[in-house]
Each structure stands twice: as C-alpha cells, then as structure tokens.
Design a protein around this ligand. Structure first.
Ligand code: PAF
Length: 292
C-alpha cells in the first residue's frame, strides 16, 4: 500500500489504473473500526484499485465539537488498510484540501435542514464540500459509504446527482457490536459505565421495530416507544428521535412507505447516532430507488 499526500501524486498513481479497471474510493476520517473495514472489503471485492482517503475534515466540525480530540492514529490505520488490500491511502494535509483563500462550499438544501443538520449547524455543508472535493480528486467508479450516517448518505447521493459527478454511490449496512451498538470511531470516548448506558440506543430502535411489526403505523406512537426506552436510561440525554420519509427525510403522517427512524443521544459528552428503516410489506422498492 502506498501513502500519498497530494492530489498531483494521487492522480499520477491512478492514471495507469483507470484503463485497466474500476477505481473504488472509501472516504474516511480514520480511527478505523470494523465498519470502515467492511467498506474497504466491499471495495476490494468490486474494484481493481482501492483508494482510502483519510482526512479529519475541519469544515464538518462545529466550534464546540471534538475536532481536536478526534482519534488519530495513522500507523494503526495504515496497518488495518494494508491488511484489507487497500492500494492507496490518500492522507492530505489540511492545506492540500483547503488552500489559503478557499471560498467555495457545497450546500445541499432541504435534506440537511432536519435531524443532525438541525443540531449541528454547518456540519453537512462541510461534509458535502469535502466529499465533492474527494470525488473530484479521485474520480472513482464507485465510492462506499456506511448507512449509520444515513442522512449523510442521502446528502451525498443528492449532491452527486445534482452536480453530475461521475461514479456510483454505494451504501453499506451498519456494522454493530455483539450487543448491537453501532460501530463508531466515537465509541472509544465512552467510559465502561457509559458503554453500558449506550446499549439503550439500539434497544430503543429494536423496541420500535417490534411495535411496528405488531402493526403500529402512527409516528407519534412509534416515537414514544423509542423515547421511553431512552429516557429510562439515566446515563442518556436524548438529542432527537424522529421518524421521517426514508428518501427526502421530511416528516410523515403515517408509515406507508419506507420510513427512517433516526436517533441521536448524548452518553456523557459523547453524541451517538443510530437508525433503522421501517418498511411496510407492500412497498417493495428499496428507499434509494424511489424517485424523489
Ligand atoms: O463519514 C465520515 O467519516 C465523514 O463524514 C466523511 C464522509 C469521510 C467526510 O469527511
């Protein structure tokens, strides 16, 4: 595996590969866990050359968020990526991505206004900008994103479509710990006691799925179930619990099409997110296939 730091080097290395086959990109901020590794494995299985970008993107962190303490361990990440057969690790310095005088941002309207967008002002503008830049730098045939960041995935699908960016956006299932907590680089902030409290997050959506399977279709009733589970756990502070259309993320009056149950909660100072998609049996098209 080669580590490259500049866009010029990246393009030089990729040029001969493009003629031979498919280039896959896995965009990351490092601190790899099984979730990232599952994206790399999928890319490895489907592409001729696999590029992993590792860039802790300052533009997607708010002024009081965890940019400074975000876990960074290049040596360990390189070992993981190499072990997954990654060809190129693109780890640019900040000024390679945001040179002095940088003034161009990508804003995806509508989709970014609710859920995490309402809680983390400017976050999706930062994500949309860096992902657009990474897609332009690498020009992948396929890029791979996890469904844990479901809203991010929908934002990226939309920007790729709206800006005619080439290549396919591939979504990959959430990878979970044995007790169902979604894997996240931020899980490593949790103390042992907080880690126990965090189990209430998957318990909340599991309880909602059970209620949905029993026939409940009213958003208020389903949301109450989730809130009750979370509020029963003293170590947790609910940030939001919402049920929205799984494609455009707007509120719904009843679950008649795939709906996203999205949760965000603070466990101590750590903000965790999770989600599940509720699909009424009669709707067969996967959410991303429905036209908006
Ligand atoms: O999901 C992430 O790790 C980041 O938001 C991404 C997509 C790499 C952009 O910085």
């Amino acid at each position: 595996m080669e580590i490259v730091r500049t866009v010029t080097e990246l393009r030089q290395r990729l040029e001969p590969v493009r003629a031979k086959g498919r280039v896959g990109l896995v965009p990351t901020m490092g601190a790899f866990h099984e979730g990232h590794l599952s994206l790399m494995r999928r890319a490895r299985a489907e592409c001729t050359a696999v590029v992993v970008s590792l860039f802790v993107n300052p533009a997607q962190f708010g002024p009081h968020e965890d940019l400074e303490r975000y876990p960074r361990n290049l040596a360990a990440d390189c070992a993981f990526a190499e072990n997954e057969g990654v060809d190129l690790l693109f780890a640019p310095p900040v000024d390679e991505v945001y040179p002095a005088g940088f003034r161009t941002y990508v804003d995806v309207e509508g989709l970014t206004e609710r859920l995490c967008g309402a809680e983390r002002s400017g976050h999706f503008r930062g994500v949309a900008t860096v992902v657009t830049k990474l897609l332009c730098m690498v020009l992948p045939d396929r890029s791979y994103f996890g469904e844990k960041d479901y809203q991010q995935l929908q934002v990226i699908r939309r920007l790729a479509r709206d800006l005619n960016l080439p290549g396919e956006i591939v979504s990959c299932p959430i990878v979970r710990e044995p007790d169902e907590l979604a894997m996240s680089s931020r899980n490593r902030y949790l103390t042992p006691a907080e880690r126990v409290s965090a189990r209430a997050v998957p318990r909340a959506w599991q309880a909602v799925r059970a209620c949905f399977a029993a026939g409940e279709r009213a958003p208020d009733a389903l949301l109450d179930v989730a809130r009750r589970v979370l509020e029963a756990e003293p170590g947790i502070r609910v940030n939001y619990v919402e049920l929205v259309d799984a494609v455009d993320l707007t509120p719904i009056a009843r679950v008649t099409a795939p709906a996203l149950l999205a949760l965000a909660a603070f466990v101590g100072k750590t903000r965790l997110i999770d989600n599940t998609v509720l699909c009424p049996e009669q709707v067969e098209a996967a959410p991303e296939e429905r036209s908006t």
